[in-house]
Design a protein around this ligand. Structure first.
Ligand SMILES: NC(=O)c1ccc[n+]([C@@H]2O[C@H](COP(=O)([O-])OP(=O)(O)OC[C@H]3O[C@@H](n4cnc5c(N)ncnc54)[C@H](OP(=O)(O)O)[C@@H]3O)[C@@H](O)[C@H]2O)c1
Length: 269
C-alpha cells in the first residue's frame, strides 16, 4: 500500500481559516505535519480555525502544532510581518500553500477598476510576495529526494474563460498566477523546491456561494461528473502534491473540476 504523508513537515497555508485553505490545512494536520501555520485577515477567524484544527488533530491522535497569524497579505508591510512572525515561530518551512484569494463580479460597463486592481493584487502580487519571502526557507528545507513544495491555489478559470458573472479580474489573475507558477517552477526547481498550481472548479465556499446560488444547478448538470467539488477532492490533491511520491512533478496546473475545463460547462451535446 502506498503511504502518502507529510510526516514531520512544517506547512504554511495562507487563507487557511475557511474554505479550500482550511481543507488543505486539515489534511496536512491529519497526515503527519509537525506544524501548520494558517493566516487570514481576521483574528477571530484565525483563532476559531486554530481551535477547529487542534481538535481535529487531537481526535485523530495526531500531534500537530497549529499556529494562527492574522495578517492582510494584500498589504505589502503586513505580508512581510506575517513572514517575520512565522519565521520566528518555526524552525523550517517545507510547504507553502498560497491559497488566499478573492473575486469580484460585475458587468463590463459597471466593473470598477478598483475591484480589478484589488483582485489582481491579492491573487497575483501577494502570492508573488509570499513566495519571494518564503523561498529561502523552502530552499533550505528541500532535498533532491524530497523537495519543498509550493502549491498555488489557482482556478479552472486559469484554463477556461467561462464566466458566470463578469469576473474579469479574477480570470486574468488566475491565468496570470498559474503562468507565474510555471516560471517559478523553472526558477526554483534546481534549488529543490517544486511549484505546482491547483485549478479547482466550483466548490461551495463563502467565495463561491453567490455564484452557486444563481448557477449551482446549471454548473452541476453541465459538469461531466454531475457534481460540484467536495472537501476530499481538494485534500487528496494537496496531500499527493505535498507527499514524497510526487517529488518529480513540477510546473503543472492540475484541474480538480470533474472535467469541466474541457468545454462549455463540460457538457457533451
Ligand atoms: N471555491 C471555489 O469554487 C474555488 C474555485 C477555484 C479556486 N478557488 C480559489 O481557492 C482559494 C480559496 O478560495 P475559497 O473559495 O476557499 O474562498 P473563501 O472561503 O472566501 O476563503 C478565502 C480565504 O482567504 C482569506 N483572505 C481573503 N483575503 C485575504 C487577505 N487580503 N489577506 C489574507 N487572507 C485573506 C480569507 O480570510 P479573511 O476574510 O479573514 O481574510 C479566507 O481564509 C482562492 O484563491 C480562490 O480563488 C476557489
Amino acid at each position: 500500500m502506498v503511504d502518502y504523508n507529510v510526516n514531520g513537515k512544517v506547512a504554511v497555508v495562507t487563507g487557511g481559516t475557511r474554505g479550500l485553505g482550511l481543507y488543505s490545512a486539515e489534511i496536512l494536520a491529519l497526515s503527519g505535519a509537525k506544524t501548520v501555520v494558517i493566516s487570514s485577515r481576521k483574528e477571530k477567524a484565525c483563532q476559531e480555525a486554530k481551535e477547529y484544527l487542534d481538535k481535529v488533530a487531537k481526535d485523530a491522535g495526531k500531534s500537530c502544532s497549529i499556529i494562527a497569524i492574522a495578517a492582510d497579505l494584500a498589504d505589502e508591510k503586513d505580508c512581510k510581518r506575517f513572514f517575520d512572525e512565522t519565521a520566528k515561530q518555526v524552525d523550517k518551512v517545507d510547504i507553502l500553500i498560497a491559497n488566499a484569494g478573492a473575486s469580484w463580479g460585475a458587468p463590463l460597463d459597471q466593473h470598477p477598476i478598483s475591484a480589478i486592481k484589488k483582485v489582481l493584487h491579492l491573487n497575483v502580487v501577494a502570492v508573488f510576495q509570499c513566495i519571494q519571502l518564503f523561498a529561502p526557507l523552502l530552499e533550505a528545507a528541500g532535498t533532491a529526494e524530497d523537495p519543498s513544495r509550493i502549491l498555488i491555489m489557482s482556478s479552472v478559470a486559469s484554463i477556461s474563460p467561462f464566466d458566470v458573472g463578469g469576473v474579469y479580474g479574477y480570470l486574468a489573475s488566475k491565468a496570470g498566477v498559474s503562468h507565474m507558477g510555471k516560471n517559478l517552477a523553472l526558477t526554483l526547481g534546481p534549488s529543490n523546491v517544486t511549484v505546482n498550481s491547483l485549478a479547482p472548479g466550483f466548490f461551495p465556499t463563502k467565495m463561491s456561494n453567490g455564484v452557486l446560488e444563481i448557477a449551482g444547478e446549471v454548473l452541476t448538470e453541465g459538469n461531466p461528473r454531475k457534481r460540484l467539488g467536495v472537501k476530499e477532492d481538494i485534500q487528496n490533491a494537496v496531500l499527493f502534491l505535498c507527499a514524497k511520491q510526487s517529488n518529480y512533478i513540477n510546473g503543472i496546473v492540475l484541474p480538480i473540476d470533474g472535467g469541466a475545463h474541457l468545454g462549455l460547462l463540460g457538457s457533451k451535446l
